[in-house]
Design a protein around this ligand. Structure first.
Ligand SMILES: Cc1ncc(COP(=O)(O)O)c(C=O)c1O
Length: 407
């Protein structure tokens, strides 16, 4: 059964919001619409449970239980232990904290590999460890295609490397990197692996346990949820890294790398992402048991829909010789996050699209290193159109027509 787009859209209040009518949303990689179950949980928390959680009175106990539920259910869907998943304010901040932990874990003279394909969140904090005498090696993209070649990584790996950081998918190149293959290479060389999944997770929650990295991060506010960063740190690594939380919380896996107090309501509301995935699974006749199987079913449903809608856009862009499509032109190789290099600054073009009812963005999207490596001027930026499974065929047609008018 293909994705029931009417059912999907009925779960997102934005699609029936009067002030958003007549506008098609194509800046999902910046932040997605929020699904109804998340909004319901957030509203319930703020109206019924907005007290310090985990105390022995009802409102508090219920609030705490909802926070635990979010961690339990999402961890189960991602194939990891409940204590291996934690919530922080954002992915950028989660990486920052992890980099502080690695500052004391990696010795001067040892090495960390970063890419120039990443959003700055998963590269800048690691590069700063050079100040401690840690060697930073750069795994570089192909300047024409933006592709990260695992063969190039192999040349950088040796027994000095402690960590390899890369994106599951870049927010400007869009190509899906082979996480399992790259992780196997890094692990064989004795290095840990940190994957930025922010641009991937909105297109289907990954089975992190199966993919194999030691760290996997993504942002709930781009995945139909509230403004939170989700971070998986597998126990074997977490136990080695120095605690970054209050000293008495160091023994609790999900607290070790979240020094700030959690945003109770938003953590609780993250369970709404699990509600939504389960709802999609049940509605489309997916498996009734096994959380990872249920999430995988919905992942495949979303991907199939997105691949189908993406290909005509890529075909149209590939045909034009006045713009440069960044990343692969085959939909199954990439996320529907499509950056287009123009021969002029991108933001005014995004503004023209807005006049035609298309919400999109222009700029560097904090992927400054990737744009520079591709020979694109970060100041002029790129036009980026990004969508998810809830985007309709009519919206895609409207996008293509609008692009043809403004490009
Ligand atoms: C690929 C990627 N990684 C990381 C981030 C940073 O996420 P956050 O805003 O949660 O810090 C973004 C945000 O746009 C992103 O697109």
């Amino acid at each position: 059964m293909p994705l029931d787009i009417d059912f999907v859209r009925s779960q997102f209040p934005a699609f029936s919001e009067p002030s958003l009518q007549g506008q098609a949303f194509f800046e999902n990689a910046g932040g997605s619409y929020t699904c109804q179950p998340v909004i319901d949980r957030l509203t319930r928390f703020y109206s019924q449970r907005k007290v310090q959680p985990y105390a022995p009175y009802e409102a508090s106990a219920l609030g705490g239980a909802e926070m635990d539920e979010a961690r339990l259910r999402l961890a189960a869907m991602m194939g990891v232990e409940t204590d291996e998943l934690s919530f922080g304010p954002s992915t950028s901040q989660n990486v920052y904290v992890l980099a502080q932990a690695f500052r004391k874990f990696v010795n001067p003279g040892e090495a960390i590999i970063v890419t120039n394909q990443d959003h700055e969140a998963n590269t800048g904090p690691w590069r700063r460890l050079a100040d401690e005498g840690i060697e930073i090696r750069e795994w570089m993209i192909d300047p024409q295609t933006g592709h990260l070649d695992p063969a190039d990584l192999e040349k950088l790996l040796d027994d000095k490397v402690r960590l390899v950081c890369f994106p599951h998918c870049s927010n400007v190149v869009g190509e899906i990197n082979p996480v399992t293959e790259i992780t196997a290479l890094a692990h064989a060389a004795g290095a840990f692996v940190c994957v930025d999944g922010v641009s991937y997770a909105p297109h289907g929650l990954p089975n992190v346990g199966e993919l194999g990295p030691d760290i996997y991060l993504f942002s709930a506010y781009k995945t139909y949820g509230p403004h939170q960063g989700l971070m998986v740190v597998r126990k074997a690594l977490a136990d080695l890294l120095p605690n970054q939380a209050h000293y008495f919380n160091g023994g609790v896996g999900y607290k070790r790398f979240t020094p700030a107090g959690p945003d109770h309501a938003q953590v609780a509301a993250c369970a709404g992402m699990a509600d939504y995935i389960e709802m999609l699974c049940d509605h489309h006749g997916g498996p009734s048991q096994d959380d990872t199987a249920r999430a995988a079913f919905v992942h495949d449903l979303m991907r199939a829909q997105e691949v189908k809608l993406l290909q005509p856009l890529l075909d149209m862009l590939r045909e034009r010789n006045d713009v440069r499509l960044i990343g692969p032109d085959k939909a199954e190789l990439r996320a529907p996050t499509v950056a287009i290099q123009l021969n002029r600054p991108a933001e005014p073009v995004a503004a023209k699209l807005a006049e035609l009812g298309i919400m999109a963005g222009g700029g560097d999207f904090y992927a400054v290193r990737a744009l520079k490596a591709l020979g694109a001027d970060p100041d002029a930026g790129v036009l980026r159109v990004s969508f998810t499974h809830y985007t309709s065929e009519d919206e895609m047609k409207a996008l293509i027509a609008a692009l043809e008018a403004v490009l």
